[in-house]
Design a protein around this ligand. Structure first.
Ligand code: ZN
Length: 182
């Protein structure tokens, strides 16, 4: 598994700064009050719109993963970047076919849904995990969450497969009822 899939815990090449004396200081999102995950300055610079670049400084930043909260990044000194400040949609904060599930290789929820509807399964998890194993991913900067895309890919494909199975089952039952009454 590539380095990008490890959860960073301290100052590293990605520029993540964690205050060891007071790790919980301002570690919660001021909007939803949930605990965010530390995220590097480089990741934020890769995702905010260019007019926001000047606002990214040396603060310790965190990523808010709450699906109902508009905040994506917040700093320990009160800085805040919402979904409107980012160039791309954030996977956990939108729904539907346009939702990105793998930022490194450009797969969307729609790609997975269409493949599952057509063939009953998806090759996307195998493709993505193969490329990750070959060291070809760049999740730490490409994914706004700063973590590996694969868990989101797997979660989404599992949900879409279950939805597809349920719809096939319903259609099957309706077809059977239709036949029995005719
Ligand atoms: Zn939040």
């Amino acid at each position: 598994m590539n380095d990008c899939c490890a959860v960073p815990s301290s100052t590293g090449a990605s520029g993540i700064v964690v205050d060891r004396r007071n790790p919980n200081l301002n570690s919660r999102c001021s909007t939803c009050e949930k605990q965010g995950r530390p995220v590097g300055r480089q990741t934020i610079l890769h995702h905010v719109k260019h007019e926001q670049l000047d606002r990214v400084n040396g603060d310790a930043y965190r990523y808010c993963a709450d699906p109902n909260c508009p905040v994506v990044y917040y700093g320990d000194k009160g800085a805040c970047f919402t979904v409107d400040d980012l160039r791309e949609p954030v996977a956990v904060k939108i729904q539907g076919d346009a939702r990105p599930i793998c930022y490194c290789f450009g797969f969307s929820e729609g790609d997975a849904r269409k493949e599952i509807e057509r063939t009953g399964q998806s090759t996307i998890p195998a493709t993505v995990s193969g490329l990750i194993k070959a060291g070809m991913c760049a999740c730490e900067v490409r994914n706004p969450a700063g973590v590996c895309c694969l868990s989101e890919v797997n979660r989404t494909v599992k949900r879409l497969s279950a939805e597809h199975q349920a719809s096939v089952h319903i259609l099957g039952v309706q077809g059977w009822r239709g036949n029995s009454t005719s």
